[in-house]
Design a protein around this ligand. Structure first.
Ligand code: GLN
Ligand code: ZN
Length: 751
């Protein structure tokens, strides 16, 4: 009998209960106890749901109040002394590291946040210090196992494995990963023992870091960690779970380790099929990740069965390719016509697919197979042949802006006369409850379009006045008309579909609702011209137009699986190019094309970076702005990730100005900009907008000094590190006022 399992389940709750409860807790509207109770209810509902769907092996500890990596840091006491020694409660400490804390119990900065491999999930980066003492410090993993046990559900606790933990963490002072191997091994073994004591049979160690390029030292580290770890595992069975790619560099080590089970991704990890086919040990169970954990299309059973056949193993457990964290919970409340809905599977429907696959494998259910094959035989929409032709005809000149960077720079500085260290923001201002309510009332028909527009105009005007008053140099309209930087564009492009409730966790309490690329993408009418030109008409200062770039639109959508993402991106790029030209024609002089998610689909292996991604993604961005006038200034913006290693590609985007997130990663990028003589003007964010904390004038002044120590002052722009839509009005205004005060101080010093 084949068994089924999943790697992890989404955790925000079907109605995003966790998000709302946590936010209430942040606002002191509910107590710690109440928050814990809500967490418990969500976990129980999910275990029950997975069980009722017929999944055989159910994980636990895949729940988190904020982030599973932060949970692991707390489990092993990888916590700064400042936090440990504060008088905050345990939960307060946890959230302090997640989002910063400012109050009578201290002033704590949040840990840096980074993208979780190539997904849109962000994890918090733990930091090993010289004084870090690894020891078991929380009971979450045990508590949740017992909680499920009390419901009569035997679960397999999930934990980030030691290799991935060490690989993803930062190190302070002289601390090195190697220094912590022995203590980590002991601590993981203590977890094994305690789990065994309370009745667990299995543990799942998540090691996605194994699908990246692994050098010999890293391979040695992995081998040593696991040889030691498995030497005394208290009789617990260990599932080594990988995802997001193949394990070509360590497969030989994995098959020799005394593991009971190995989980491999056969969706993104195409090479895993060959690895397994070349030999898989009889003493291990293979967890075959065949149902895509990252996209929302139905599984193509015929192809899956084919793959399974190629593996040539006696038995396997049917699993997902990654945790289901990256897809919405259920299609149940969606309103797509059946004809469309049939093509989708969210988390809950993926459970059903696993069970159907099991039925087909075990009982040769050709009815189920035929039904599925039928689905893939129909043409879903009628293709846009003209668009395909246009894309086929694109040539080098379509991807090249004229004249060159420095010629444009001269022209633009003469024309705009901006001061030294020009100030701006990234685009959005707070999307307050009121803004969201008004939009909801408009959507439900309670408010007329005229009333909605009047409201938006009023908001825009208020913030324009305020920006003028505090002395910002380049203004923004505030993006009040947008719910989300991708959904807003998707809604105004042909070829997109939208779920009603398809939320996916992006970080902590934040969810995004990725639109679905259903067909060929094109633009039927201008999208942003109305509000940008309205804003420009209200002020004599420059107003920046705000667009989302094609790579980000693609990366934050659920992409098609029937054509390449390159092809879809070029379709989007052509649509956004039309928008850029319309904005320019309407009198907008500065246009920012956000590529917040540029890095997101960068292949995990360096060897694939250019050939499989950057070689078309960067040109796709250039295609968008290649036809503007020399004096139109093109900005771009990126967030949450390391750019050091792709700086030359970023330069090749050929923007005039780029702003980026940097405050959470300690401005280390500046050294690289300096080393590489980066020519694009830069706005390294001078404060962290992901935290409600208000940076002081002194702090911002120091940050600006740090920037000026590395980047020529003529090239520097001053701005926050991202858009302000998630912040409150009070902290936004106070922070920006401090930013302006700091810039004034520095300008005086410089003159
Ligand atoms: N212009 C967008 C905003 O300000 C950019 C958001 C982002 O980079 N994530 O909200
Ligand atoms: Zn950003």
């Amino acid at each position: 009998m084949t068994q089924t399992t999943i790697i992890g389940f989404p955790r925000l709750g079907a109605q995003r209960e966790l998000k709302f409860a946590t936010e209430k807790y942040f606002r002191n509207k509910i107590s710690e106890t109440e928050l814990f109770q809500i967490g418990q209810t969500i976990r129980q509902d999910h275990w029950q749901l997975v069980k009722d769907a017929g999944i055989d092996l159910i994980p636990s500890n895949d729940f988190s109040f904020y982030d599973q990596v932060l949970d692991t840091a707390f489990l092993f006491n990888i916590i700064p002394d400042q936090v440990k020694n504060s008088s905050l409660s345990d939960l307060e400490k946890y959230f302090a590291l997640a989002r910063g804390y400012q109050g009578d119990k201290g002033d704590i900065k949040a840990l840096p946040m980074k993208k979780w491999f190539h997904t849109n999930y962000h994890y918090l980066v733990p930091k090993f210090e010289e004084e870090t003492v690894i020891q078991l410090s929380t009971t979450k993993i045990f508590d949740e196992f017992l909680e499920a046990q009390a419901l009569g559900i035997q679960t397999r606790p999930v934990l980030i494995g030691p290799f991935t933990l060490l690989q993803l963490s930062d190190y302070g002072g002289q601390a090195r990963a190697d220094d912590f191997v022995a203590d980590l091994v002991t601590a993981y073994q203590a977890v094994f023992r305690q789990l065994k004591d309370i009745g667990a049979d299995w543990i799942q160690l998540d090691e996605p870091a194994l699908v990246k390029d692994i050098n010999p030292e890293e391979k040695d580290l992995f081998a040593r960690l696991y040889q030691q770890l498995l030497a005394d595992k208290a009789d617990i069975k260990v599932l080594l779970q990988t995802y997001f790619g193949d394990v070509r560099d360590v497969y030989d080590v994995i098959v020799q380790l005394p593991l009971e089970a190995v989980g491999l991704d056969f969706v993104e990890g195409v090479k895993n099929v060959d690895l397994v086919a070349s030999g898989f040990p009889d003493d291990k169970i293979l967890h075959a990740g065949v149902v895509n954990g990252k996209n929302i299309w139905r599984n193509h059973y015929e192809q899956t069965l084919d793959k399974l056949k190629q593996l040539n193993v006696k038995s396997f457990v049917l699993s997902t390719s990654s945790s289901l964290l990256h897809v919405p919970i259920s299609l149940e409340n969606e309103e797509f016509p059946e004809k469309i809905k049939n093509h989708f599977a969210f988390a809950k429907e993926k459970l059903a697919e696993l069970v159907e696959l099991k039925e087909i494998v075990d009982h040769n259910r050709t009815d189920l197979l035929d039904q599925n094959t039928q689905l893939f035989a129909v043409e879903r929409f009628s293709p846009n042949r003209k668009l395909a032709e246009t894309i086929g005809k694109l040539s080098e000149s379509d991807f090249t802006r004229q004249p060159t960077f420095y010629e444009r720079l001269d022209l633009q500085s003469q024309l705009y006369g901006l001061p030294l260290l020009p100030t701006t923001t990234i685009g959005s201002f707070p999307q307050t409850k009121e803004v969201k309510q008004v939009r909801a009332r408009f959507k439900s028909g309670e408010l007329t379009e005229v009333d909605y527009d009047n409201y938006l105009a009023e908001r825009t005007n208020d913030w324009l006045k305020w920006q003028e008053a505090i002395g910002l140099d380049v203004l923004v309209h505030g993006e009040f008309e947008r719910n989300d930087m991708v959904e807003y564009f998707g809604q105004n492009l042909e070829g997109y579909l939208f779920s009603k409730n398809g939320w996916v966790q992006s970080y902590g309490t934040r969810g995004v609702k990725p639109p679905i690329i259903w067909g060929d993408i094109s633009r039927s009418a201008p999208i942003t011209v109305k509000w940008s030109s309205y804003a420009q008409s209200q002020t004599t200062k420059l107003v920046k137009g705000m667009l989302t770039g094609p790579v980000t639109i693609l990366n934050w959508s659920f992409p098609r699986e029937d054509i390449s993402i390159r092809e879809s991106t070029l379709q989007i790029a052509l649509a956004i190019q039309e928008e850029v030209l319309d904005l320019e024609a309407s009198g907008i002089r500065i246009i920012q094309i956000d590529e917040a998610a540029l890095r997101e689909k960068l292949p995990l292996r360096k060897s694939d970076w250019y050939s499989n991604y950057l070689d078309w993604a960067i040109p796709a961005f250039r295609l968008v702005h290649s036809k503007v006038q020399p004096e139109t200034q093109i900005h771009t913006h990126m967030c949450y990730s390391e750019f050091s290693d792709i700086i030359s590609s970023i330069e090749q985007m050929d923007a005039d100005v780029i702003s980026f997130e940097s405050s959470r990663s300690n401005l280390s990028l500046l050294d690289d900009l300096q080393a590489q003589k980066f020519k694009t003007q830069v706005g390294p964010g001078v404060y962290d907008i992901h935290s409600p904390r208000i940076p002081s004038i002194k702090e911002i002044t120091e940050t600006i000094h740090a920037i000026l120590a590395k980047v020529p002052k003529e090239k520097v722009w001053i701005n926050p590190d991202c858009g302000l839509k998630t912040r409150g009005e009070f902290e936004t205004k106070a922070s920006l006022e401090n930013m302006i005060a700091a810039v004034k101080l520095v300008r005086e010093e410089l003159s």
